[in-house]
Design a protein around this ligand. Structure first.
Ligand SMILES: [Zn+2]
Ligand SMILES: [Zn+2]
Length: 362
């Protein structure tokens, strides 16, 4: 089979045509034909050899973790799926440690040992290839109605897991809460999908991002009934002055300096959600003492989240179906670049546009 691969040892990228086609052997397994794969910052880092681990016995890793596929074959015990079904596979697979309670409860996103594997990232081939074999229980079924948008399910699961967790944490406030004021920082795909998820929850949403209007990110923001503020025009304090108590901040830039500067505008009893992985940076001019004092006096929570479980995937599929009904043009506007498999290195090198995808088959 053809596959877009990275050779981490040799610092090489390319499309090869001799990836072994996987055979369906498990009675509870399924075989997928991959339709589309999204590209994100994680892929760009793997393509620049920052991380990415091939499966045992391979010199290369097939890339891609944001998959969308069609079932072509099912094992005799995979009775919940049939050929022709559209699915999004989850990304992480459990570790083998019998003592890892999260993995033994199918919550590898909370794995305790770090021995988990991830398609297209860590120890398992990804989805930028023709066929994939996997267990049926890792497939989340997608309605035909959102076929054109389903490649956005995986990046939306970041927000869905965050908001499921935030909702549970904010149960600490023992009264019926009115619709929250939410701030989304960063208008990339993770930020804009998060903004949409907050809008369907009835939140008033402000998206705060670098780009100045006119910009397609700002247009999408306004189309979903949210407010857009450019960080080039307003400081965080100026932006927050026009909002009320900010109950939730969803940080989707992965920039440590930006994240810390926004902690100051989080309101009383609020929750601040980190989703980025900025790596080692020392934010400049941060007074840690004032930060902790401020957080304590305002009863604030910090939540950081990675990966997602089945509940977040199912919620993402339901929400994306709702987004496609409410804002079809805005959802369509998120996918700004479509590439053939042979062209996969182009979106690995540039960050232009909002979401780039690889078209595997149609
Ligand atoms: Zn991704
Ligand atoms: Zn585990």
């Amino acid at each position: 089979m053809k596959g877009a691969v990275v050779f981490p040892g040799e610092h090489k990228l390319g499309v090869i045509s001799d990836v072994p086609e996987p055979k369906l052997e498990s009675p509870t397994g399924v075989k997928l034909r991959v339709l589309q794969v999204g590209v994100c910052a994680t892929d760009r880092e793997i393509a620049s050899f920052v991380f990415g681990t091939p499966p045992p016995g391979f010199q290369y890793l097939v890339m891609g973790h944001e998959g969308f596929a069609e079932i072509v074959q099912t094992g005799p015990e995979a009775t919940n799926l049939q050929p022709g079904d559209l699915v999004v596979p989850t990304v992480r697979r459990p570790c083998d440690d019998p003592a890892c309670i999260p993995c033994r409860h199918d919550r590898a996103d909370f794995c305790l040992t770090g021995g988990y594997r991830e398609h297209g990232i860590l120890g398992l081939h990804g989805f930028m290839t023709e066929f994939v074999v996997d267990e049926a229980r890792y497939m989340r079924k997608v309605p035909v109605a959102i076929r054109d948008a389903a490649v956005l399910v995986e990046p939306l699961t970041i927000a869905e897991k965050a908001f499921i967790q935030a909702g549970q944490i904010q149960m600490r406030l023992p009264w019926n809460k009115p619709a929250a004021h939410a701030l989304v920082v960063g208008a990339g795909p993770v930020g804009l999908l998060g903004a949409m998820a907050l809008r369907v929850r009835g939140c008033q949403v402000t998206v705060y991002s670098r780009e100045r209007e006119p910009d397609p990110r700002a247009e999408i923001t306004r189309a979903i009934g949210a407010n857009y503020v450019s960080s080039q025009d307003r400081t965080p304090e100026q932006m927050a002055a026009g909002i009320g108590n900010i109950d939730l901040v969803y940080e989707a830039t992965g920039n440590a300096q930006v994240a810390f500067s926004l902690l100051n505008v989080l309101g009383r009893n609020g929750i601040f959600i980190f989703t980025g992985v900025p790596g080692a940076h020392a934010p400049e001019g941060i007074d840690i003492g004032s930060l902790i004092t401020n957080m304590t006096l305002k009863n604030q929570c910090l939540l950081a989240t990675v990966n997602a479980g089945n509940d977040a995937f199912d919620r993402a599929i339901a929400d994306l179906t709702e987004f496609c009904t409410r804002w079809p043009d805005a959802v369509r506007g998120l996918i700004t670049g479509r590439f053939k498999l042979e062209q996969f290195e182009t979106p690995m090198g540039v960050t232009a546009g909002i979401k780039n995808i690889i078209e595997m088959a149609s």
